[in-house]
Design a protein around this ligand. Structure first.
Ligand code: FES
Length: 117
């Protein structure tokens, strides 16, 4: 089972309007709640990436963590996840986190979430 929704066909996703792209300048991040799911969107060198804001190690929030390249480092125990795919890159976490596709349409950020979620 994969949680990397960036690989899903668009027909299986619903794109939700989030905010104007200008709200997340280069190097910034934005925290949102989609239903009960906290999500963080990063702007890394002008590209946007969205992941779940919950570490799979001990459910700590991830989004305040330092970035190392495309990895975010969990502030609690140092697990690392690739923000492009949600893939776990470093222990102590062993389970990937969801990654969501981000699109910009007419200057507005849309987040792709699975239709059945
Ligand atoms: S809660 Fe993230 S590494 Fe432990």
């Amino acid at each position: 089972m994969t949680f990397n929704y960036t690989t899903f066909e668009e027909s299986k996703l619903e794109f939700i309007e989030i905010t104007p792209a200008s709200e997340i300048p280069n190097g910034e991040r934005l925290f949102i709640d989609l239903g009960e799911n906290p999500i963080v969107i990063f702007n890394i060198a002008g590209q946007l990436f969205a992941i779940s804001d919950t570490c799979t190690h001990d459910d700590g929030p991830l989004g305040d963590g330092e970035l190392r390249g495309f990895n975010v480092v969990c502030p609690r125990h140092g697990a690392e996840f690739d923000v492009r795919t949600g893939k776990v890159m470093k222990m102590p976490a062993v389970v990937d986190i969801p990654a969501y596709p981000v699109q910009i349409r007419d200057g507005v950020i849309f987040l792709g979430v699975p239709k059945d979620a």
